[in-house]
Design a protein around this ligand. Sequence first.
Ligand SMILES: *Cc1c(COP(=O)(O)O)cnc(C)c1O
Length: 358
Amino acid sequence: MRKQYRLTMALHIEKTTKSKISEVDFNNLTFGKIFTDHMFECDYENGAWQTPQIVPYHPLILDPSAKVFHYGQAIFEGMKAYKDDNDAIWLFRPDQNQERINKSAERLDMPAFPKDLFFEGLNELLKLDKDWVKKGQDNALYIRPFIIATELCVSASTSNKYKFMIICSPVQSYYTGEVKVVFADKYSRSANGGVGAAKAAGNYAGSFYPTKLANQQGFQQVVWTDSCTHEFLEEAGVMNVFFRVNDTLLTAPVSERILDGVTRKSIIQFCEDKGIKVEVRPVKVTEIVEAARKGELLEMFGAGTAAVVSVIGAFSNKGENFELPKVENSFATIIKKGITDIQRKKTEDKFGWTYRVK
Ligand SMILES: *Cc1c(COP(=O)(O)O)cnc(C)c1O
């Protein structure tokens, strides 16, 4: 890890004079539309991170020449906070997000954000906005740390100024129903040597058009394949992907093209502990199609912070459609319950994954 330069200045906190919380209908939330009263901000200039601040949530004023608008030097993270029955607030493996944003930063040639500042900002922000984290199985606070290039100059080169921010949005867990997917055979979200392993904003921008084409044909998501041959299954939309063939779960190893998801690695560990066999290896399109034909493909699901597990009910490959069977005691159900119970402190956390907000 590169040196993380910072000026040693204390966190500056400015509280809002008027909370918006009473205007929010917490039983009727659209994902990611409403934000809490405060945000965390820290600017990078002259080679160092400047005074970190928590301030009332506010729009940014940025000159149109800011580099983020032209060259897409932008990265982000996504994590969730939960409130238990005793009003304690918990995060799930936030160390993983903290490390990952700095890996993404390195790939996009942005400065690493110091670990102590990340946790200090996160803790203080969640303490200030604690009333926005609601108790109950369906409620959580989605947390979005991100970094953008703010140098004012349209020359195509790396920025010398950045802004790190954390914003938070109250969310309800959503059940999208079973989704239908199409295996990619033309477009790709990432390629060898590219930025697919980074949580870079541009990866998402590039995936919207192929996803729209899939939507127009009645599929909610694209299952991305390797960009060279389209023979290996890699990710489902913006989630990692798992396949259950008979009683074995298959998922691709992380690579330069595949994002190292916190949910994915937690599922692998959870399953190994539960005695569910997981094989981490390249997964061929042909073997999944073959398994589906023989009735041995029992489940397919995406894995990510937003939904934990998102069940895939049908897929299409080269114009041929396949339906997955309805299985009793599905791995998807066992995993989703197992992981969310740990996240929400309903069960013992033998893995040491939960982090209590101080
Ligand atoms: C964020 C993301 C995931 C899921 O990662 P989690 O850490 O589990 O939320 C998977 N794939 C892509 C492309 C992502 O951007």
